[in-house]
Ligand binder design. Structure first.
Ligand code: 5GP
Length: 120
């Protein structure tokens, strides 16, 4: 099963403003900020305001409004960063075996260069 939500995970602390981040967007449902170790010219993380461990948790417990608002925010952020015309990639690691390090659901947003074939 899913682990319980850790209120002191790094993204929870970023949400509370206890740790600085370079925010590029915030609204009722989501906050977006630059990844500390960017893997593309634009590498932003989009997270819901709610306390969800992973995509599975978000999809199970998130309300329709939260899920819709979050995914709209992902696309809004991409557009506002000027990524829409050239294209961009979204990615979410679900669980430790998939490489999820931070246990607050997040979507990576990559852009600003040709992204090449998807590598899994
Ligand atoms: P995951 O492996 O969980 O999918 O991705 C976690 C991401 O969070 C990584 O790309 C990592 O560079 C980023 N990250 C980890 N700690 C911090 C931090 O304190 N601030 C920011 N802005 N990004 C972080």
């Amino acid at each position: 099963g899913l682990p319980p939500y850790d209120e002191n995970n790094i993204f929870a602390r970023i949400l509370r403003g206890e740790i600085p981040s370079k925010r590029v967007h915030e609204d009722e449902w989501a906050v977006a900020f630059h990844d500390i170790a960017p893997q593309a010219p634009t590498h932003v993380l989009v997270i819901p305001r709610g306390a969800y461990v992973s995509l599975a948790d978000f999809a199970t417990r998130g309300s329709e409004a939260e899920v819709a608002g979050f995914w709209r925010a992902v696309a809004t952020v991409a557009k506002s960063l000027g990524l829409e015309d050239a294209g961009y990639r979204t990615l979410s690691n679900m669980g430790r075996a998939a490489g999820q390090e931070v246990p607050h659901f997040h979507v990576h947003l990559f852009g600003g260069r040709p992204l090449g074939p998807m590598l899994v």
